[in-house]
Design a protein around this ligand. Structure first.
Ligand code: PFF
Length: 523
């Protein structure tokens, strides 16, 4: 922040930022995580808390982040430390809380990019026919584990292929952010999002026109497959576990509560609309999740494997539905290799448009608060995160990915969202906030949302946070599910996360100190 009020980049078009935010939101979460969460939490039982969380948490947080981001951008800040500070100028500590808005995205980036690279690998293998001989669940499972370097088998010796695709994917990410907002992220999303949506529609239509592949089981049909997800089950409303899973999915899928949308919105200008744009981005994500995402994996797995097996597969590992079940299904339909290619390409594009959004907060932080050029920032980011991605690659089987996902993809989200909402609605003040949302807005938001944002969203978040700490947080902190073999790796990754947090917090302290000196000099 050496120079105050320096010019920051802006989005070129309104469609550009909407597609970029939708690009961040639509990701592996929509097509891989959502079906697994739905299956693990009883299908129809999951959808009611899911929609309630969307209305009471998802949409309000979208508006909060768009509005707070644009507001902070007006002060030259693109990340949470500065944005929170500009909303609560008197508090000296809130900026340190804002560190989570850079830290969380980095943690997610550390594993998300690697998983994203598997999709590129699988897209390639789909057309080259490399997994064609693996025709059963155990064989396809071995193929996946061989690829991940978890076992040596007839398909793979070592992690070479996985590493190659990781390097390509990682370089692509750094390449995009190197070119900045307009020429990098906006351009990527402008072409990737339409392609991705078209692939999704083709796949959904293909799945929805499947007959009854298993003639011995006529009840494994499409209608029942859709019913698995859509027949509501009100009894599950009493289960705290289902509520936590549904709210967690809403955060993760919308990319809210972690700081990346704050950063994207900071590149808006004061006259840009946030109300309709935020809603459009959220709606696009929900279309991709509950219309496309929900029409592909679950119904397809249902007609081929039946309801019991879907739950078993989902329980057996987060990636099995996408990387084991889906390729097997494509093998059994005409032109399956092409559909498999479309499936993995769709996922890969969805992944890239999300991972670049995870990278951007660090870039903005370096640019805004340290006056480092974008290209230099991208280079620093590239070198540092390349190293930080290694544990997820080499210690994959040792609980490292789980740990990063837990802290980055769950804990930071809930905590950050809670504080962000309170700062916005109570410190900044709901009346000011409401005015700010409507500044330049193309719609008038129904008045009851003012009440929701002030009371319901924060209360809901506090409940979730409390429940979550007791139910999942404490057992996780106590390493209840960690085996003795995983123990040193988990400790190592926790130490690493702590170091990252401390370095970021110290950078914030340093930047603010420098700024103080500068302001004094300018006076
Ligand atoms: N929303 C992305 C998905 O559904 O895959 C994941 C994600 C991206 C989460 C960016 C958080 C984030 F900041």
């Amino acid at each position: 922040m050496a120079k105050i009020n320096k010019l920051r980049e802006t989005w070129k078009t309104r469609t550009g930022i909407i597609l970029a935010v939708a690009g961040s939101a639509v990701g592996l979460g929509n097509f891989l995580r959502f079906p697994v969460q739905a299956a693990q939490n009883g299908g129809g039982a999951f959808m009611i808390p899911y929609f309630i969380s969307f209305l009471l948490l998802g949409i309000p947080l979208m508006w909060i982040e768009w509005t707070a981001g644009r507001f902070g951008g007006g002060f030259g800040h693109g990340t949470a430390p500065g944005i929170f500070q500009s909303m609560w100028q008197k508090n000296r500590f809130i900026k340190y809380f804002g560190v989570i808005g850079i830290f969380g995205p980095v943690l997610i980036f550390m594993y998300y990019t690697y998983v994203e690279s598997w999709l590129l690998g699988y897209a390639f293998f789909s057309i080259t026919g490399r997994y064609a001989q693996a025709t059963t669940q155990p064989a396809m499972q071995s193929f996946l584990q061989g690829y991940q370097g978890l076992q040596t088998n007839e398909y793979f010796h070592g992690i070479g292929w996985a590493y190659l695709f990781f390097i390509i994917t990682f370089s692509l990410n750094v390449f995009v952010i190197y070119y900045g907002i307009r020429r990098g992220i906006e351009k990527l999303c402008n072409w990737a999002m339409p392609i991705l949506l078209i692939c999704g529609i083709i796949l959904a239509v293909r799945v929805l026109s499947l007959g009854i592949p298993n003639l011995l089981r006529p009840d494994w049909n499409l209608v029942n497959g859709l019913g698995f997800l859509w027949n509501p089950n009100f009894a599950a409303l009493k289960s705290a576990k289902v509520w936590l899973a549904a709210a967690g999915q809403i955060f993760f899928t919308l990319s809210v509560g972690i700081g990346v949308i704050l950063t994207y919105a900071s590149y808006l200008t004061k006259k840009d609309d946030v109300a309709l744009s935020g809603l459009t981005a959220a709606a696009t994500n929900e279309f991709a999740e509950v219309i496309l995402g929900a029409s592909i994996v679950i119904p397809a797995a249902f007609v081929f494997f039946g309801p019991r097996e879907i739950v078993n597969i989902a329980q057996s590992g987060a990636f099995n539905l996408g990387f084991v079940t889906m390729p097997l299904i494509f093998q059994r339909i005409p032109l399956g290799a092409i559909f498999a290619f479309l499936w993995f390409t769709l996922l890969f594009l969805a992944g890239v448009t999300s991972s670049v959004s995870l990278a951007q907060p660090v870039i903005s932080f370096l640019e805004d608060e340290f006056d480092i050029t974008r290209k230099k920032s991208a280079t620093i980011f590239g070198v540092v995160t390349f190293i930080l991605c290694q544990p997820a690659i080499f210690f994959l089987g040792k609980g490292v990915l789980n740990e990063l996902d837990f802290w980055g993809g769950t804990f930071c989200l809930v905590l950050f969202a809670t504080v962000e909402t309170i700062v916005f609605a109570w410190i900044f003040g709901i009346d000011r906030a409401w005015k700010e949302i409507h500044h330049g807005a193309d719609i008038v938001i129904p008045k009851f949302y003012k009440f929701i944002i002030k009371y319901i969203t924060p209360l809901f978040l506090l409940f979730i946070l409390g429940f979550w700490i007791v139910k999942e947080g404490l057992p996780m902190i106590a390493m209840k599910n960690v085996t003795s073999e995983q123990y040193p790796y988990v400790l190592f990754i926790r130490g690493l996360m702590l170091i990252i947090f401390i370095v970021l917090a110290m950078s914030v302290a340093y930047a603010w100190k420098k700024r103080k000196i500068l302001i004094r000099k300018e006076k």
